[in-house]
Design a protein around this ligand. Structure first.
Ligand code: C2O
Ligand code: CU
Length: 489
């Protein structure tokens, strides 16, 4: 029976901010709101729709006066932003100049399996200093050395996607050290809307990190090792909040509307973003999979790892000189970033009552149903986390799913797990037997499943046959085998 649910000591919703042990920085940290908000550069093509990215180490000044070694796409933290058009295939050559194998995944991408970042489709370093610590390397993967071509058809509608490392067993440390970035898809439906644009459209990539005295990242040394286990098992949470790679940054705005594309790129931390003073609120216009049908207003935004919220914030009620701080309500209103209103300005943007042709789909009768149970457990020699009682197995598929057919998938949890499905977006049908929650609107590819909960979603895979993944996007849980492979047929 499904009754054996283990709750954490405080397993009722709303849960405490984090259950894992907080990693504390030893480095000298700046005062919040002293570092300007960086905007990741837009990646330039080498020829129309062709790109080349070098994965390399770089020494960056993340904390003022200190250097942090990162693993970065083009040596950046976060990586460059891809800004592409729906329906235009992009071809990306990735070159690995690191000393660890990597795997690139486009999160939210409708991508053929060969380019989707199967966790064993390794790109080995050009230099040949291979890390042999992985258990299953070479088994069931297409391994390349030096460089690899990824093809992204970008067939989906306009949306805020992101890309990140997906190496089996090592996704969490490699993303933590910098292997992540944004991938924006635009289309005509979105172009027609009078939304804020140009420098009034701002990406906010939020992630937490801890820093040693010399500025290097602190990350638990190894999974399951005594002494570090508690900092690892529940997922790594750290004391410095970075936005676009800067600690608690500040950004100057005009007293007008802004479009903020918010990505929670943290390994394991959930945020409830709110403002320290009214009347600002979040008017949500889009979700993981693009525009909603109609805007949804939120006082606060709960955002789990890998989720995206596309929101409009109106600063017109503030006067020049006012400061508006975004705080995390799940962490005693800890600072995230600050906006400084500098001047009044004209604003030709608006938020239309109808944003897109999105509509909720009704589940057909006699539809296939599948259950995915996310639980702590030991399986297959793994000490960690399981799906349907199994640790990730790259050889045996847990399901075969027919293309072009809706299915209802239900996700059942013990503790919090942000559940992510590759290849196809889904619509949330229900939570705990009731309707979708306030943050479930639109096409999603990641859903914040809370402790001891059942979330049902409607999903349909199209176009690409092959091996795909469903997993927890708490990246330490994922690395501790909370991932399952399925095959689209
Ligand atoms: Cu964002 Cu399978 O990942
Ligand atoms: Cu999890």
């Amino acid at each position: 029976t499904g009754a054996a649910v283990t709750l954490t000591s405080c397993g009722l919703d709303p849960s405490p901010a984090q259950s894992g042990e907080l990693l504390r920085s030893k480095a000298k940290l700046p005062e919040p709101f002293t570092v300007p908000l960086p905007i990741p550069p837009v990646k330039k093509p080498t020829a129309p729709d062709r790109y080349r990215v070098v994965q390399r180490k770089a020494s960056l000044e993340i904390l003022p006066g200190l250097k942090t070694e990162v693993l970065g796409y083009d040596g950046l933290f976060p990586g460059p932003t891809f800004d592409v058009r729906s329906g235009r295939t992009t071809v990306v050559e990735q070159v690995n100049e690191l000393d660890v194998p990597t795997v690139l995944h486009l999160h939210g991408g409708h991508t053929p399996a060969a380019s989707d970042g199967w966790p064993l489709d390794l790109l080995m370093p050009a230099g040949g200093h291979h890390d042999h610590s992985g258990h299953h390397t070479m088994q069931g993967g297409d391994v390349k050395t030096g460089s690899r071509i990824y093809t992204f058809p970008n067939t989906q509608r306009a949306a805020t996607l992101w890309y990140h490392d997906h190496r089996m067993d090592y996704t969490a440390p490699q993303v933590y050290r910098g292997l992540f970035g944004l991938h924006l898809i635009r289309d005509e439906e979105e172009d027609r809307l009078p939304l804020p644009h140009g420098d009034r459209e701002i990406p906010l990539v939020i992630a937490d990190r801890a820093f040693a005295e010399d500025g290097s990242f602190i990350y638990p040394a190894a999974k399951g090792r005594p002494g570090v286990e508690s900092a690892y098992m529940e997922g790594v949470v750290a004391d410095v909040t970075l936005v676009n790679g800067a600690p608690w940054p500040v950004h100057e705005v005009d007293a007008v509307r802004y479009r903020l594309r918010i990505l929670n790129a943290a390994n394991a931390r959930r945020y409830e973003l709110g403002f320290d003073r009214g009347p600002a609120k979040f008017v949500q216009i889009g979700s993981d999979g693009g525009l909603l049908g109609a805007p949804v207003e939120h006082e606060t935004l709960v955002i789990a790892p890998a989720e995206r919220f596309d929101v409009i914030v109106d600063f017109s009620a503030y006067k020049p000189g006012d400061e508006v701080t975004v705080v995390n309500r799940l962490d005693e209103n800890a600072p995230v970033l600050r906006f400084k209103v500098t001047r009044r300005a004209s604003d030709d943007s608006s938020i239309p009552a109808k944003l897109s042709t999105y509509s909720a789909i009704e589940a057909p009768k006699g539809i296939v149903k599948r259950q995915w149970r996310f639980r702590r457990g030991n399986a297959g020699g793994h000490h960690g986390w399981t799906i349907n009682g199994k640790a990730f197995d790259p050889v045996n598929m847990q399901a075969q799913v027919k293309l072009d057919q809706y299915e209802i998938w239900s996700f059942v949890t013990d503790v919090h797990h942000p559940v992510h499905v590759h290849l196809a977006p889904f619509q949330v049908l229900s939570r705990r037997g009731h309707g979708p929650g306030p943050y479930d609107a639109g096409w999603k590819d990641t859903v914040d499943v809370r402790p001891a909960e059942v979330v049902e979603v409607l999903v349909k895979f199209t176009a690409h046959k092959g091996k795909y993944l469903i997993h927890c996007h708490n990246l330490e849980h994922e690395d501790m085998a909370m991932m399952a492979a399925f095959e689209t047929i």
